[in-house]
Design a protein around this ligand. Sequence first.
Ligand code: AGP
Length: 605
Amino acid sequence: MCGIVACVGDSNAPGVVLEGLKRLEYRGYDSWGIASLHGNSISISKKVGRISEAAAALPAASVSIGHTRWATHGGVTECNAHPHTDCSGGIAIVHNGIIENYSALKKSLELKGHIFKSETDTEVIAHLIEEEKKKGVSFARAVGDSLRCLEGSFAIAALDCASGAVIGARKNSPLVAAFDGNGKCFLASDVTAFLQHTKKAVFLDDGEMVSLGNGRPVFTDFSLREIKKTPVEISWSSEQAEKMGHKHFMLKEIFEQPEKIAATMQNRLSGGSITLKEIAPVLRKAKQFDRVVLLGCGTAYYAGMVGEYVFEELCGLPVQAEYASEFRYRKPAVGKKTLAIAISQSGETADTLAAVREAKARGATVVSIVNVVGSAIARESDFVFYINAGPEIGVASTKAFTCQLTALAMLAVSFAAESGKIGEAAVKELVGGLRMLPQQLEAVLQESGRIKEIAKRYSDRRNALFLGRGVNYPIAMEGALKLKEISYIHAEAMPAAEMKHGPIALIDKQMPVVFIAVKDRSYEKILGNIEEVKARGGKVIAIANSGDSHLQQKADEIIFVPKAHELLQPIINAVPMQLLAYYIADIRGCDVDKPRNLAKSVTVE
Ligand code: AGP
């Protein structure tokens, strides 16, 4: 996700900002830029790609704002890199978030004669402030009045040439202010950017602004009513701050899931319906498709397996999840009436890219569900559904997986509704279920302490089995992969009923068996499978719905999760699997963020 840094009061403000942006590199970015105040003008330097040492030769200034961009609206180009300015070049803006009503605002500003240079939503903010300033109000008033017109999420830093002021503000996107007590003030997306200058920070809350200048920050609301804020002492090291205080990026990303799933849904749920503007042309011709294939590798393939169940249930079409690496070596029955959905966090997985090309060559319409904007798979697909999960640094995929499942659910519901397969009531019920997900995931994350205790009891095992049925069978597959890839314990997964056809011979008291045993259509059958394992001395770890006292008696270990809509329950059930694997791997001293032999993106076939 994007990073913001601003500095006022240091004679080398551009250098301080540049150093701060480098400390935010872990957030992932594809372009960057800096704006600095020189007398009565603003100089701007921005580039696509990594922050190079060359950038260090920036002219001296004492007021500077900077940004690392993770593209959401508009391609990865120098023009779209932040900072963005108004028509006069006297106001510069950097922004993190998504302005949902930017199209309407842009049209209205263009009618007033404003000329836009970029494709971004951010540029609208600079022109709004310029328009407000024409009323003769102060810069701070112009910023506050402009921000009240915005819908969506934003953290901004705005630099005004005329007053030399820098103003920060936030709504649904983090922003921290800091000051060193000797006249230097800072703004940043997180404390990592300025910890080497000061450990005293003030975290802004939604609807708050801060004016930097005159040696001390002034905090107000958007109507300029002054607010008293209490500084906090940051005890983290810079490295800890990058992980938001978590021990590993993987754990941070597990705990980010409520926020990131909300980001995947942001701007796509309205009332009781789903609006997927980016794939509207596909949805309009939904009835023309007679088959759906889902393409992916590893965790992304397991997301496709869940999608297979959800699409089949809602759309009544033949649906098949395919290993992308196998797809093109067959003669897949794919043609003009096939909808191919490619799933990839990185958007660079070679096998998935090759499968996309194969599907397109056979006439299929390709929609890709991707995290990295502008990636190869995104570029080569007919339509793209970005999950907006922010960079996933841990090699083991966690937040991308649950965001992929959320995207697939939204896609399936929209497709089924457009095809006339489900009515308004069913859509409303599923949208209601989607809206519940962030808070339900928060509830699961609160179980992390108990899951860590369970992990301690099983971290020495050499094997494990993961069993599930129906739409939760792919989650068993994902749970086994998580354990394998970060703890190096051999684990396998299968549909629970399959155990009797051979694998039950593996059961003994050394074999932990993780069951997904939520109360859905397979619950009674799963109970039978649990009995079979118990009868042979196996240890049962059950993922169960809260309050399941029967299972609490039966299982050796139980992890309770909230009850969600049956087709959305896999999203909830994935999180205990991630936490169990994470804690076991950490207890075993494994390199959780960079497991041996693995790459974050497999760009070779
Ligand atoms: C997931 O934990 C693994 N790191 C791996 O299976 C990954 O999901 C797979 O390589 C696909 O990557 P992609 O989503 O970037 O295409």
